[in-house]
Design a binder for this molecule. Sequence first.
Ligand code: C2E
Ligand code: MG
Ligand code: MG
Length: 299
Amino acid sequence: MFYDHVVPEDELLRHVDIAMYQAKHRGRNNLCFFDQAMQAVIIERAAMEADLRVALEQKQFILYYQQQITHDDQIVGAEVLIRWQHPERGLILPMDFIPIGEETGLILAIGQWVLETACAQLKRWESNPQTQHLQLAINVSAHQFHQIDFVKQITDILDKSAIDHSRLKLELTESMLLNEQTEITEKMHALKALGVGFSLDDFGTGYSSLSYLTHLPFDQLKIDRSFVHNIGVNHTDSVIVQTLIGMTSNLLDMQIIAEGVETEEQRAFLEHNGCDLCQGYLFSKPVPLAEFEALLPKS
Ligand code: C2E
Ligand code: MG
Ligand code: MG
């Protein structure tokens, strides 16, 4: 098949290796031909991984904060969203490096840094009446949460930062909750006992099993922005949003927050149906700390 390609032997073997890796990646009993694009992806990934290690050492990550707001415009806190200030490529969004972090295990160090930095911020806010009520929601990755000593890691950070534990909220996604139910329940209950809160992120996009909601100690449910986007556009999604709000407040006694709120129409619909909190570009994009603080009311 490769007789008309003049490729040196070792290069050819490398190609075979890449194709085999791809075939394995796709599952059992697979056949895969090498193509140049595969190699480009692998080279790009390797470069990213090396850069990520440097980023950790040189502290190139920054936290952005996106306010979470009540219907009477009170800012109750923010979701913390990581950005990577790459020296050559500029600002990189999480979807372009978190997956590589997950694959390489570097997410553990990244996640640790996010938690420490956010808790240190909560501590600084404690002494100021303008900020001491604020809560921060942190995204936790699957890899991080499934670490055997996850509870200890969080406890250590809480001890070190000496913050009011109830200011910290951890965002989990449904895909993290599929297996090892006992382990998940134990971890969540242990952290809950310390006062840490939990939010179920991107609700509606995964399995949306009601058993998570009834069996696991979530304080908050976050309606995924794809549903919010369709308010007033797609009837089914509008009804889903209405139903989720009704279910959380009447049945489950959880708080509900909508993410990705971009229009006044969406905000009004959410308020009318009893949604507790909103987050989205309508109020503010995720912004660096100083800008977030500048948005807080002066009193
Ligand atoms: P997420 O947790 O669902 O975060 C919400 C995403 O929606 C953020 O994207 C935010 O910028 C975006 N967003 C907020 N308001 C609006 C809006 O009105 N319209 C639209 N179209 N989008 C809006 P971002 O910052 O790019 O983060 C993407 C994802 O990366 C997050 O999704 C989260 O899963 C992950 N992520 C972010 N920071 C961290 C982190 O520190 N650790 C981990 N493990 N994952 C993180
Ligand atoms: Mg989130
Ligand atoms: Mg989300």
